[in-house]
Design a binder for this molecule. Structure first.
Ligand SMILES: [Zn+2]
Length: 359
């Protein structure tokens, strides 16, 4: 499914008339602080008043330009990245006006899809796929039967990452070589389905942050097993029916009168892809390496991962027919995920406790 890249805890310390009661009430608080070296005490105090816990949208979308960098890099502005890719193409036209279009495309691809950039994308894709396979595998049999798991893992396993060179891989969509888009696509080839993920050239310039690659590729790969893809394959999974109902009941998927499931005005597959990607992202934010990040670094990593979900004037058109509004994707699907909240030091809320699950 083509995705436009455009992807408090309130501490109440009651005032008591009894000094003893006050002391008892605050004892756990001081005990909590005393477990840490002084340098971390302020960090924990900061968590209690962290504004991000109640306004992820501002945290993620208020940055302009390249935004901030996390330990793995920054995320460049969509238009800026596309302009860089087009400059390379213009220079090729200018310096070799006699070259045929195919030759120009091959040189463009060599300049953009370098071995290092290709490796970054390939490694992330493989890691994301493994994480998704683990997620499927760990579901109890009462949620997904062995046969259902096999079907889902088979689809994930057979979805290929399609990365140039050669430039001819994208011959039916040559503009992608300079665009900041990543998408999942299913085509019918020789009587069988071919499922691929494609990555636009400008995206290789744009997403230096590994966490942005994780979320973006996980979102697209999740489309290979989203409810509408499974439906079109002729399968019906009770776990999906339950999950879809939850996403609708919680208002994560809009239900206008004009909605038809997996058709017009339906946000189900996009909400599902975000929901899966957030779970993969939560795992990526908890690796041994990222355990050493400071609070600020982990906040910036999380923000960079979903920067493409912001609707910003001047950027690519936002497909609001099939995508939930930006605020729903960021505040609800991302911001209410319990594992994300725990990693960011945010307390659970009634909404996060009711976060949709497979079970
Ligand atoms: Zn999508």
């Amino acid at each position: 499914m083509k995705k436009k890249k455009k992807l408090s805890r309130r501490v109440k310390i009651g005032v008591s008339i009894s000094a003893v009661c006050v002391l008892l009430a605050s004892a756990p608080f001081f005990y909590f602080l005393s477990q840490d070296p002084p340098s971390q005490i302020w960090s924990k105090l900061f968590r209690f008043s962290r504004p991000a816990c109640s306004d992820f949208h501002s945290l993620v979308c208020s940055q302009t330009g390249s935004g901030s960098a996390d330990p793995t890099g920054s995320v460049r502005d969509d238009l800026e990245a596309e302009a860089s890719a087009r400059v390379i193409f213009s220079e090729l036209i200018h310096s070799h006006p006699d070259w045929p279009a195919e030759k120009r495309s091959e040189f463009l691809v060599e300049a953009i899809y370098t071995p290092v950039r290709r490796q970054e994308i390939t490694e992330t894709f493989q890691a994301v796929r493994k994480a998704m396979l683990r997620l499927i595998k760990k579901q109890p049999k009462t949620v997904l039967t062995r046969a259902q798991k096999r079907m889902l893992t088979d689809r994930l396993g057979k979805t290929q990452l399609q990365l140039p060179p050669p430039a001819g891989l994208y011959s039916d969509d040559p503009e992608l070589l300079t665009q900041n888009e990543v998408y999942y696509r299913r085509t019918r080839e020789k009587n069988r389905d071919e499922r691929v993920l494609r990555v636009g050239g400008a995206y290789l310039f744009a997403a230096k942050s590994r966490f942005n690659r994780v979320f973006t590729l996980a979102h697209e790969l999740a489309h290979s097993i989203d409810p509408c893809e499974i439906k079109s394959a002729g399968s019906k999974l009770p776990a999906y029916v339950k999950l879809s109902r939850c996403l609708i009941e919680q208002g994560l998927v809009a239900t206008p009168d004009t909605r038809t499931e997996c058709g017009r005005d339906d946000q189900l597959s996009e909400a599902f892809a975000d929901w899966m990607a957030v779970q993969v992202l939560a795992e990526a934010l908890q690796t041994r390496k990222s355990q050493h990040y400071s609070d600020d670094q982990i906040l910036k990593s999380a923000a960079n991962s979903i920067r493409d979900l912001c609707e910003r004037p001047g950027l690519l058109e936002y497909d609001s027919e099939h995508h939930p509004p930006s605020r729903v994707r960021i505040e609800r699907i991302f911001g209410e995920n319990p594992a994300i909240r725990a990693r960011l030091g945010c307390p659970n809320t009634p909404q996060s406790q009711a976060y949709c699950k497979f079970e």
